[in-house]
Design a protein around this ligand. Structure first.
Ligand SMILES: Cc1ncc(COP(=O)(O)O)c(C=O)c1O
Length: 450
């Protein structure tokens, strides 16, 4: 009897048996290269003895205490460490711990609302986010998500929200017909300026936050905005007193070659949202970083943030997160990711030989490949082909796991995969991953042609 309620009843997944380094193994003995770290989670690889030891040590001390009754040493240390890692405007700030990305996004939204209530700006409640985005599965986070396919079934129970276009160079709104991405800074600026238009339309006195992924993740496949984008977004938020929330759940903590992806543009957000890589899959853990501007509003007024989860600040999860941050620093992994970028993208470029590879984009060890039926016109595949799922299935068959995304262009069509190997992967291991990917792409091309 199988009593496990799966994500889909249309396929069975293998049962995982063990994992070490960049490899997972199922109970039939088949090995899989962890080419996307699950959903960009297991950044530090599997079976790390230091992290396991830290977890066991904490388990043997105390597994759980409610944060209304006790704080714990690992939680206090983890928060301190995160503030040290954050941009300068977070000095003197605080960190709210959660169990993952969706919880963190909900926390950030409520924190933003609480901030304005504490300051007597009770009209401020509107959130602006982007049409191509993913911020989580819970009702609040899904309401501000811009991914129609993921939202559609639940729209009657979601809140209406406000969206501007994302930057998307490959299919730039300027209509650039060339098969390569548009790199015009004027287009990046035009996308940023949409924020100002949206704020003015809603009335600045009603807007509390702009929420976005510094580099797009699951909803667009590793799109990196032009350099003019983030500084202009920051300028607009500052001008209208709107909080800037950076959703770094997928791209934070080293994935793009900087501790936070927003650091590529030297922009200081008001809140940073973390999950996934924070405890790298060793425990469920998320966090919201707040600078003193936000913290003081609570501390110096009501003193209360009316919010919390039973597992907020879980001592064992915090111990795992702390051990992950220590490992990241000890092994200079953020620098390593930045160094590996050239090799990683040169290997990715070799996949352009396939007729269905339309665009390759990303930063650090975070790449998106967008698939098209026709390279010249960038015509996407008809959704019935489920092309990204086909590629992903072929990759799995060849022993490499990648993360497919679909329906992102217009809510129906669009196929991409995310490739995001663990930070610890050696060049030889990456070579093996790309050999397997090449075999997978080749097998799909053969089927396409037949
Ligand atoms: C940018 C971003 N924010 C939030 C989330 C939600 O995180 P979780 O699935 O851990 O709740 C995700 C998950 O993919 C994400 O990519």
């Amino acid at each position: 009897m199988n009593a496990f309620f799966p994500r889909t009843f249309l396929k069975d997944c293998p049962v995982v048996e063990s994992a070490a380094g960049v490899w997972l193994q199922d109970r039939d003995g088949k090995r899989y290269f962890d080419g996307s770290c699950g959903a960009i989670v297991t950044n530090l690889g599997h079976g790390n003895a230091c992290i396991n030891d830290a977890i066991l040590k904490q388990l043997n001390k105390v597994a759980y205490a409610h944060t209304s009754q006790f704080w714990s040493e690992p939680a206090l240390k983890l928060c301190e460490k995160l503030i040290e890692l954050a941009p300068a405007n977070f000095t003197g700030g605080r960190v709210f711990l959660t169990s993952g990305g969706s919880e963190s996004v909900e926390t950030a939204l409520k924190m933003a609302r609480g901030f304005f209530l504490e300051r007597g700006e009770s009209n401020r409640h509107q959130v602006i986010s982007r049409r191509h985005s993913y911020h989580g599965a819970t009702a609040g986070a899904l309401s501000v998500t811009g991914h129609p396919a993921r939202k559609r079934p639940y729209s009657p129970i979601l809140k209406e929200s406000n969206f501007i276009h994302s930057t998307y160079d490959y299919r730039c709104l300027c209509g650039d017909p060339s098969p390569t991405p548009c790199k015009k800074q004027s287009c990046a600026l035009a996308r940023a300026n949409e924020l100002e238009e949206a704020i003015l339309e809603l009335g600045p006195e009603n807007v509390m936050a702009f929420l976005a992924e510094p580099i797009s993740g699951a909803a667009l496949g590793a799109v990196v905005p032009g350099d003019a984008y983030w500084p202009r977004i920051k300028e607009i938020c500052t001008k209208y007193g709107v909080l800037l929330i950076a959703d770094e759940v997928m791209v934070g903590l080293g994935r793009t070659g900087k501790v936070f992806a927003i650091n590529h543009w030297h922009v200081e957000p008001d809140l940073i949202v973390l999950g996934k890589g924070l405890a790298a899959g060793y425990q469920p853990l998320g966090a919201v970083l707040a600078g003193p501007k936000v913290v003081d509003a609570f501390q110096k007024n009501s003193g209360i943030f009316e919010h919390g989860y039973t597992y907020s600040g879980h001592p064992v999860a915090a111990a795992a997160g702390l051990a992950c941050l220590e490992f990241l620093a000890r092994e200079n992994l953020v620098e390593r990711v930045a160094e590996m970028q050239t090799f990683f993208f040169s290997k990715l470029e070799e996949l352009r030989k396939y007729e269905f590879v339309g665009d390759i984009r990303g930063r650090g060890l975070f790449a998106g490949i967008e698939f098209v039926e026709d390279k010249q016109s960038k015509k996407p595949f008809d959704a019935v082909h489920k092309f990204s799922k086909k590629i992903s299935a072929a990759a799995t068959a060849n022993g490499v796991l990648i993360y497919p995304g679909s329906a992102f262009i217009d809510g129906v069509s669009g196929d991409h995969v995310l490739i995001a190997p663990p930070f610890i992967a050696t060049k030889a291991e990456l070579d093996e991953m790309f050999d397997r990917l090449d075999a997978a792409f080749s097998s799909v091309q053969t089927i396409q042609r037949s």
